[in-house]
Ligand binder design. Sequence first.
Ligand code: SAH
Length: 351
Amino acid sequence: MINVLNLTPEELGKKFVELGLEVYRAAQVLRWVYEKGVYDFDRMTNLSLELRGRLKSLFTVALPAEASRERSEEDGSTKLLLKFAGADTVETVYIPRDERRTVCVSSQVGCKFHCAFCASGQAGFFRNLSMGEILSQVLLARDLSPDKKLTHIVFMGIGEPFDNYKELLRTVKTLNSKAALGIGARKMTVSTCGVVPRIGAFGGEGLQVELSVSLHGPTDLVRGAIMPVNTAYPVKTLIDACKRYVQKTKRVITFEYLLIRGVNASEKDARGLAKLLRGMLCKVNLIPYNPIQEFPHEAPPYQEIVRFQKILQENGVKTTVRFSKGRDIQAACGQLRSCRKIETGSRKHEA
Ligand code: SAH
């Protein structure tokens, strides 16, 4: 059986032709799936009964099971725990804010990068998600929005999108395709912990997708202490790659900068960051640390966050502070988890 969600619109068209089916039939199926949210061939009423039968014997639209759903009392964001065939689970978060309807998708089951502040890598790395598995998170999150529409997609869930590069690109293209979801490229953001070769490659793809880079420290000493990826791609190498990306694409990079009290949030760190980024086409998004049970860290007091922001702004670096959504349901930045098995009888899930 072929999962329709694992084929790009072009690939599905080709497959239909190979099978001796008219190519416009593929477009009809895609409209049912992506526009109308109908995943059952029996309900695709503009296809003949005979064709529906044939499609059912060849294809599926495979969606994960919803193992749990938690809704934030504070801000209405909703976290889904999704269980794929084979029992791997990931979390996906639907985040409504004013007119925006954002879904934060996971790109891997687990993560290899072991950042010292993030829950997602705590249980280790299991595998990459396929395009179909990423798209199905989008489809299920879409059902949570009142008008069954999403405006933004952020690849900021579990995993490192640039460590699953091929499927990431296919997913972005399918999300963007008018034949599928038709979400504007500028409405999508890919976030990376700083996989330098892929920043270069991504800049060459000719996409209008937004890029965020998790920086979290202005020097190798500060960043290296909390992000092991800094050994392979130190700060200067990373910033040089970002500068080349900006030069080539003329697109703004957003640097995410997590603020952890006593670790990377001093005035000296702020000045170092300002110096590092001054003059570059970029923005900084400060994220006060969200609590993770395994780590002793805490966010700096509010005044320190404001002072950090002020130092950057005084140096001409555009800076906003992001107070994460969904903290009360462990759905905020860095709080998502995935695993291979769900403990029965409890909401807690660990590998
Ligand atoms: N692997 C990618 C995608 C994850 S995006 C990346 O690192 O960019 C998730 C964002 O949340 C990253 O910027 C990550 O550094 C940040 N984050 C991780 N743990 C956090 C925590 N405890 N509090 C706030 N932000 C956190």
